[in-house]
Write a protein that binds this ligand. Structure first.
Ligand SMILES: *[C@@H]1O[C@H](CO)[C@@H](O)[C@H](O)[C@H]1NC(C)=O
Ligand SMILES: *[C@@H]1O[C@H](CO)[C@@H](O)[C@H](O)[C@H]1NC(C)=O
Ligand SMILES: *[C@@H]1O[C@H](CO)[C@@H](O)[C@H](O)[C@H]1NC(C)=O
Length: 346
């Protein structure tokens, strides 16, 4: 029998390369950043903060600030960092509704966002929102599910510290409008107290990601604060999402809704993007959680915030960078650092 494989190979090259043989895939700069919830609200508006910023030509009092500062001080630094980095898609964690609104003000009309408060599915409690630059990314749809035994209603896993949520989006990357690329993006924040919750959460997210990879035949990206490292006693979620250990049983309604035909995408997992980037393009800091400790005090440092790409690999991981939350004035923008990655979607 004649093999069409060589012909298909040529066809696929013709489809992915432009007239001069230039790859037509599109690149995306994404970040995940746990904001630290606004634990000391002071009613200062964004415009008040902006107009009170110090003269940029005057040196600061180096490390003058110590410890956690109010969100009203931290928020501009969060925005400035991501804006300067040229991020076009940003997942956050721990944002109370007033923090999400502040970010919407700072990012401005050129950005859209989705997400709901995890405590009621509207505005109560922390959000895991997704912000996107509208000139580069189009939102097709969004939804949220809870990381519990009843994922379609605001709910808490028994033994978890809080209600936990995942924000899901179908997006189109259109930096090259002549060749838009569809993809799925999920952003989340797993529990800080229960590894069982984290294991269930990773199992739900993996099932949803696999369904999206099957259904859309497009890349799936997951970001989040997993509240646990990649190794060690509390690393169940990481091990499940990356396929090192098997998922746990999930809600049957959810499993049915996001089922794929048997024999399809059997070995599906999410890949830790940091391990997929050529070593010379991984830079910045290692830890993503630093606490609000003084500069140089690494006693609580851990790597618990991740970017994952799905194992069908219709993407390439180009760069990976952990930014700094600390500025010379001593202000820590958060007790986490942002993770910033460049991903080419094919
Ligand atoms: C902020 O405003 C609220 C509502 O007006 C008020 O109850 C609260 O005391 C204010 N907090 C501060 C720190 O000014
Ligand atoms: C996100 O999804 C909700 C629920 O379907 C919908 O009401 C809302 O309009 C969507 N948000 C945007 C910005 O499209
Ligand atoms: C699964 O989740 C749905 C929706 O959240 C809920 O109605 C149902 O009772 C759950 N099933 C079980 C067995 O808990």
């Amino acid at each position: 029998m004649l093999s069409f494989a060589p012909l298909l190979g040529l066809l696929s090259i013709a489809l992915t390369l432009g007239p001069q043989g230039v790859a037509m895939a599109q690149s995306l700069r994404i970040s995940t950043y746990n904001l630290r919830y606004d634990s000391m609200p002071n009613n200062i508006t964004v415009s008040e903060t902006l107009s009170a910023l110090p003269d940029p030509l005057t040196p600061p009092t180096y490390y003058g600030a110590k410890g956690e500062q109010p969100w009203s001080t931290r928020r501009v630094k969060v925005y400035q960092h991501l804006d300067q980095e040229g991020v076009i898609l940003a997942g956050f964690q721990e944002g109370l509704v007033r923090q999400v609104n502040d970010l919407a003000t700072l990012f401005g009309d050129g950005w859209g966002w989705v997400g709901v408060g995890r405590d009621d599915g509207v505005a109560a409690g922390e959000f895991s929102p997704i912000f996107y630059k509208k000139s580069a990314i189009e939102l097709v749809s969004n939804d949220s599910f809870w990381l519990s035994n009843t994922p379609f209603e605001p709910s808490k896993f028994p033994g978890a510290g809080s209600f936990r949520i995942c924000t899901a989006t179908h997006l189109v990357l259109k930096t090259d409008p002549s060749r838009p690329v569809s993809f799925t993006y999920l952003n989340t924040h797993l529990d800080d107290q229960s590894d069982d919750e984290r294991r269930l959460a990773a199992s739900l997210i993996l099932a949803r990601a696999r369904y999206e990879a099957y259904k859309t035949k497009s890349p799936v990206i997951v970001t989040g604060d997993f509240n646990s490292e990649a190794t060690g006693t509390d690393s169940g979620a990481y091990q499940i999402i990356t396929g090192e250990i098997a998922p746990v049983a999930i809600n049957a309604t959810f499993a049915a809704k996001y089922a794929v035909p048997s024999g399809t995408l059997d070995g599906f997992t999410m890949l830790d993007l940091k391990a997929e980037v050529p070593r010379e393009y991984i830079s910045g800091e290692y830890a993503t959680y630093t606490g609000f400790n003084a500069p140089g005090d690494a006693s609580v440092y851990t790597r618990i915030d991740f970017v994952y790409g799905d194992s069908t690999k219709k993407w390439t991981a180009d760069k990976y960078h952990v930014g700094s939350s600390l500025t010379d004035d001593g202000v820590l923008a958060s007790d986490h650092r942002p993770v910033i990655a460049d991903i080419t979607l094919h």
